[in-house]
Ligand binder design. Sequence first.
Ligand code: AMP
Ligand code: GLY
Length: 422
Amino acid sequence: MKILVVGSGGREHAICWKLSQEKNVEKIYCAPGNAGIAEIAECIDIPVTELDRLADFAEENKVNLTVVGPEVPLVMGITDVFNKRGLNVFGPNKECSQLEGSKLFSKEFMVRHNIPTAKYKEYTDLEKAKSEIDSFGYPVVVKADGLAAGKGVIIAKDKKEAIEALETIMEDKKFGDAGRLVVVEEFISGVETSILALVDKNTIVAMESAKDHKKIFELEKGPNTGGMGTFSPSTIYTDELSKKVYDEVLIKSLEGFKKDNLEFRGILFVGLMITNDGVKVLEYNCRFGDPEIQSILMRLESNLSDIMMAITEDRLSEVEIKYSDEAAVCVILASGGYPENYEKNKEITGIENLDKEIVLFHSGTKLSDGKILTNGGRVLGVCARAKDVESAANKVYENIDRIKFDKVHYRKDIGRKYEQCK
Ligand code: AMP
Ligand code: GLY
């Protein structure tokens, strides 16, 4: 079959890499792709937001399945556009994608279906929000309702910061229209983790676990990023926790979709906080986590194309999904300054010096005059598989310094103890 992958990051590179090893996949296109993806797929110069052009391309090239990586086109309704034209697409429709596209929609869904989450209230009126803010206690969490490239959540430690957060979002409109409405939430503390679940109309199946490290610096210090590294399986996600999450969150989510007539087909990403008071859902996303899926796909032995095809046809319960018992680690090389301001167009060298067991996924790169240049905050994901997490991490870290670009930054504690960081 012919597959079109929509997106240009490490997640999409990992998807293309997996698909490229599957016998039934004869051709992979990627729109727009990146320098690494270009080695295994034909990159098509169409932005992820140009839904009609993507559908035209899929139709003209007789694409059998389009796989949507990022949330933006999903929330814009790419699935509805494709389905209307009879084109097969992997990813939830516009209505279901509101689980990621609107914090309020997801909170209301959770409350309606008795899925544990932090207490909240929504506001469109700044003065009202300010006057009620004390009632949540401090710290308090202020969230822009809409998509804000992962930056729309502010944790305010006191009243002054909370008022500033409300003003930044509602008055200064830092996140534009995404901040028309805010969700204010009680702060919950605990251990944060997440799980990706495959979903069709009748079935929900958790994938293998992967632990993401969101903070820019070692020991979870500094600002949040899109994710600086992952390892799979996650040491936090025990069998006991897995059962709890299935019973209290996943199955209730599926039942909720049925009751609400939401035909969710695709990936449900569940962000979780393990608190003293039980498991609570922080957020839903409607796509694979990046870089969670890089580590997970390093371990997936079944065909991803078969799984995705089955989901679009509501046959998920019929497919066997097998993973390697080995562990995988993925460490992100980022541009210095990320997640704030950073420079692009730095030449990347040394890729050819990596050991052959290393799998390199490009996140933000581009080709220019035969050179590979940095083209984003997260630049590369260096991945390895081995008998356990520590061995996989050791393989990654033995290789990582061979890749060079100006102002490169990476975390040294992904999948290993801080004491092992040199
Ligand atoms: P979200 O996009 O809603 O997952 O929020 C981004 C990050 O903010 C999460 O990964 C958590 O680290 C943190 N966060 C969100 N909501 C809460 C909450 N109610 N209490 C504590 N931390 C939170
Ligand atoms: N790594 C977190 C995310 O994809 O949202």
